[in-house]
Design a protein around this ligand. Sequence first.
Ligand SMILES: Nc1ncnc2c1ncn2[C@@H]1O[C@H](COP(=O)(O)OP(=O)(O)OP(=O)(O)O)[C@@H](O)[C@H]1O
Length: 268
Amino acid sequence: MSTPFVALDDVTLTYPGRSGGGASGDVTALQGASLSVGRGEFAAVVGPSGCGKSTLMKLVTGLVRPTAGRVAVDGAAVGGPVKIAGMAFQNPNLLPWRSVIDNVLLPLEIVEPHRRRFRAEKKQYRQRAEELLATVGLGGFGDRFPWELSGGMQQRASLCRALIHEPALLMLDEPFAALDAFTREELWCVLRDLWQRIGFTVILVTHDLREAAFLADTIHVMSARPGRIVTTRRVEFPRPRDLEVCFEPGFVDLVHELRGRIADVRAA
Ligand SMILES: Nc1ncnc2c1ncn2[C@@H]1O[C@H](COP(=O)(O)OP(=O)(O)OP(=O)(O)O)[C@@H](O)[C@H]1O
């Protein structure tokens, strides 16, 4: 079997209590969590509220270190912030004083080797950002400010910012949760098209089982806290997938099955 692109092996993460030690205040978010995601795969992680999904994202991106077990990305143990990852969250978090294009360019001002080249090659980088904005339907909006955009448009810009430095790994934590149902489905298609065109690896945390079933190759279901992966389900619907697939009996059955699995782990 080939080496997974992202691997968690028997990972435990305990957050220390506020008092800075005493076991009483400690919170064990994950215990014995193992996960394997192949290069180029679209993986979704679902589970009951508070089961440790965001913690899993923080571990993979190197924002927190495991208390026990091992986290590896692209064959190397994660020991600090992972530079080959792009991230987007529920809140687009665009800086209100920067134009849309300057928000999208932000990672290039921080992440090497772009940081070194940024001033000299700003024109080419701006062009790359404009092309990316156009692919998500924001062509011509680069000079606007975030507060001039709808929530869905801001989230499109946030996806562009996550992808501008061409990360091999895209980590998405509930990116569409705050959007209305129609805008959310539009952005599923935007993400589907970006992923198919560019071919990065994705880990998507979501509460929306339809979103997971529509987008993912593999869905990982977590237990209640302390979280671990209890079920891994392949999604076999052929690609490219159209929104119509969401109304097919096999899709409805899959969502129903996942819903039942989460109800079971909540009750356990
Ligand atoms: N920095 C922290 N310090 C202490 N406890 C934390 C910290 N971050 C998360 N926790 C706790 O760890 C547990 C898991 O949190 P996490 O945010 O990973 O869950 P989640 O599955 O993403 O939650 P939700 O579904 O509500 O978004 C929770 O009990 C939370 O209170």
